[in-house]
Design a protein. Structure first.
Length: 291
């Protein structure tokens, strides 16, 4: 008999996904809606959980966010490029209405945790994993020995600087903070900025995919050489198997045999949790962890 229900909020730059599930991460109810203005969007989250009461909620949000609990702005979305969301007190707003504990982390951390837990069922000895999302923005979460990587804040691996592709030097990038950082060069909106069409309309044999794979492969090199994870998982609307094959090819050339890594099909892969459910699964388990 299920004694408690837990909640998940996947707060993305394009959409929010709210869900209710059990301590095993099984989802019983779910809803999604567009990310609009702060007041309207958080009101929808609150109304959902007032109608579907839970004992705790795991919230995984786009960022940057403040995760240090002793900070005055803990629970805030901070210097986000998302219009209208800068300095939003997400945790405080939800707690005032719902009166339940909230586990607060990044959207990529929620997904990383979900993939880490699920993959350890198949390989109990797995101790490290990095999860990248490439969508509206770019970010990554990292699990090492059951803990998130981070100290004074969470990693911002989507904003690392990369060497420019020789066929892409005229594109300035779209990141409002850094211009041509990784996010500024490979996130979903870059298709529109480069080509004038959205990513879903760009054929997979278009040269832009090879250019973007070159940048993503550089990020994988940095992650490989600094963190040495056992698995790197790619999710998000831009990621697909054809693209990941290009990343694998570029990675092979960039690493040039310098360090040993697992077989590329295992080392770099798509999520194993279906239907974009990695973050929801992870959030439910994180919510359980604070009870």
């Amino acid at each position: 008999m299920i004694s408690r229900y837990y909640g998940s909020v996947e707060a993305g730059g394009t959409k929010f996904v709210c869900a209710v599930g059990d301590e095993q991460g099984r989802v019983f109810d779910q809803i999604q809606f567009p990310t609009e203005n702060v007041k309207k969007t958080l009101r929808k989250v609150i109304d959902y959980f007032l109608e579907n009461p839970v004992s705790a909620i795991g919230v995984a949000s786009f960022g940057p966010i403040q995760i240090c609990q002793d900070a005055s702005d803990y629970g805030f979305i901070t210097r986000t490029p998302k219009h209208g969301w800068r300095q939003t007190n997400v945790v405080g707003t939800l707690k005032r209405s719902l009166h339940v504990p909230i586990y607060w982390t990044t959207d990529v951390n929620g997904a990383a945790f979900g993939e880490y837990v699920e993959r350890r069922k198949q390989k109990p000895g797995l101790n490290s994993l990095v999860y990248y999302t490439i969508g509206t923005g770019v970010g990554a979460g990292c699990m090492i020995n059951g803990k998130f990587l981070g100290g004074v804040g969470h990693p911002e691996m989507g904003h690392v600087l990369v060497k420019r592709h020789p066929d892409d030097v005229s594109f300035a990038g779209i990141c409002p903070f850094h211009g041509d950082c990784l996010e500024g060069l490979v996130s979903g909106p870059t298709f529109k900025a480069r080509l004038g069409i959205s990513g879903e309309n760009v054929l997979l044999n278009h040269p832009v995919w090879r250019i973007m794979s070159y940048y993503v492969a550089q990020a994988v090199v940095q992650t490989t050489l600094t963190i040495r994870p056992e698995r790197i998982v790619f999710g998000g609307s831009v990621s697909n198997e054809t693209f990941l094959n290009m990343v694998r090819e570029e990675l092979t050339q960039l690493l040039n045999g310098y360090v040993e890594i697992p077989p590329l099909e295992k080392y770099i892969s798509s999520p194993i949790i279906p239907e974009n459910g990695s973050a929801t699964f992870g959030n439910l388990l994180l919510a359980k962890s604070i009870i």
